[in-house]
Design a protein around this ligand. Structure first.
Ligand code: KG4
Ligand code: ZN
Length: 355
């Protein structure tokens, strides 16, 4: 079964062909980073316009790279949300017209579920229950996944996403956009022990996360120590700040991830989303897996940031369960990943989030 995946929720226009939910025949990503760089972050209006220009050539390239024609496709899977409305609309409208024209089924995929499925394409089958840390520029959540397709949210960020924290810190330090890769690069040349940034404490005892205080700590440190943003040359002090900041973000993520892994005893760990590119985070999650004697799965770099192969893989899973969307499939900016039992779980875990 050939599924065409389409992803346009933020600033990547992507299309991919995946066979039987597992074999990635093509994966084309047009990144708009260059376009948004001048603005220091994604400009929604510009993103939507660029998706509109790129979607057709990107889909065509995905088909030609896969060496198939549109008539060979069995279904289309498209990111329905969450994301930017203008960006989502381009993908959803295009996918509906494409599927309608070919007379094949279409399914809407939750972008975050796509990130979960990104680990299924290049790894051995995941053992369930799994505990998944999905961490990107837009989301930072931990899901308990008792079986494929069932999601219980067990931790969320109370404010900024971890990738967003990297992006904002890099901007303040004059290191450019996107922040994650550049902070990681300079952190490697810095000493993380030089500057201590705090890890947020959640007062109600939930295993939630928080990253906005870190940003404030960085502003304060720069002001009190008269640190100027880098302007071309990157000083050792900025490298040390980058290292300390990266360490604090990872500590914040791992604190919740470890607590939940110990309490919920999953049979595997998953770390996915753009921030999963971060080597130090991977090392920390791998170490946790070793400590608990369970495997830790990560997508390759190509599949960590936004892509359409993960959408096709998640879509294949839905199609295999007999799910189909209608032509009234609508983009949903705040689409949530959870199922009916999640609420019971949430209720049950108040004060005690054991199974
Ligand atoms: O998944 P993604 O491509 O888009 C969203 O759905 O948000 O993730 C992009 C995010 C950005 O915030 C970027 O700074 C972060 O992932 N990122 C990283 C690294 N590479 C990308 N964060 C930390 N370390 C990295 N190496
Ligand atoms: Zn994403």
């Amino acid at each position: 079964m050939f599924v065409l995946g389409i992803e346009s929720s933020c600033d990547e226009t992507a299309a991919a062909v995946v066979r039987d939910g597992k074999e990635m025949l093509s994966s084309v990503i047009h990144s708009q980073i260059e376009t948004h760089m001048a603005w220091g972050g994604v400009v929604p209006e510009i993103a939507a316009r660029e998706h509109l220009i790129k979607i057709e050539p990107v889909v065509e390239k995905a088909l030609s790279d896969a060496k198939i024609s549109a008539a060979d496709l069995d279904a289309v899977a498209v990111t329905q949300g969450p994301g930017l409305i203008g960006s989502l609309l381009v993908g959803v409208c295009y996918a509906k017209a494409f599927a309608y024209g070919l007379g094949i089924p279409i399914v809407g995929v939750n972008h975050i579920e796509g990130h979960v499925f990104s680990v299924t394409l290049e790894n051995p089958p995941v053992e369930f229950p799994a505990l998944a840390l999905i961490v990107s520029g837009g989301h930072t959540n931990i899901f308990y996944i008792p079986e494929p397709g069932e999601y219980r949210i067990v931790s969320r960020t109370r404010d900024d996403a971890a990738g967003e924290a990297f992006d904002k810190a890099a901007k303040m330090l004059g290191l450019g956009y996107p922040g994650g890769p550049v902070i990681e690069r300079f952190a490697r040349e810095g000493d993380a022990r030089k500057i201590h940034f705090p890890t947020a404490k959640i007062s109600d005892g939930r295993p939630d996360m928080s990253f906005s205080g870190l940003k404030t700590a960085l502003v304060r440190y720069m002001r009190e120590n008269s640190v100027e943003p880098a302007n071309g040359e990157v000083s050792q002090e900025i490298k040390d700040i980058a290292a300390g900041f990266q360490r604090a973000v990872i500590r914040g993520l791992m604190k919740s991830f470890e607590k939940l892994a110990v309490d919920l005893r999953p049979r595997s760990l998953i770390v996915a989303g753009g921030v999963a590119c971060n080597f130090a985070l991977r090392a920390a999650a791998e170490e946790l897996g070793e400590k608990l004697n369970i495997p830790a799965y990560f997508p390759s770099k190509h599949l960590s940031t936004d892509n359409a192969a993960m959408i096709a893989a998640a879509g294949h899973f839905q199609l295999a369960r007999g799910e189909r969307a209608d032509l009234d499939l609508a983009a949903d900016v705040t689409l949530r990943l959870q199922n009916s039992r999640t609420d019971d779980f949430e209720r049950g875990r108040r004060g005690n989030y054991r199974r």
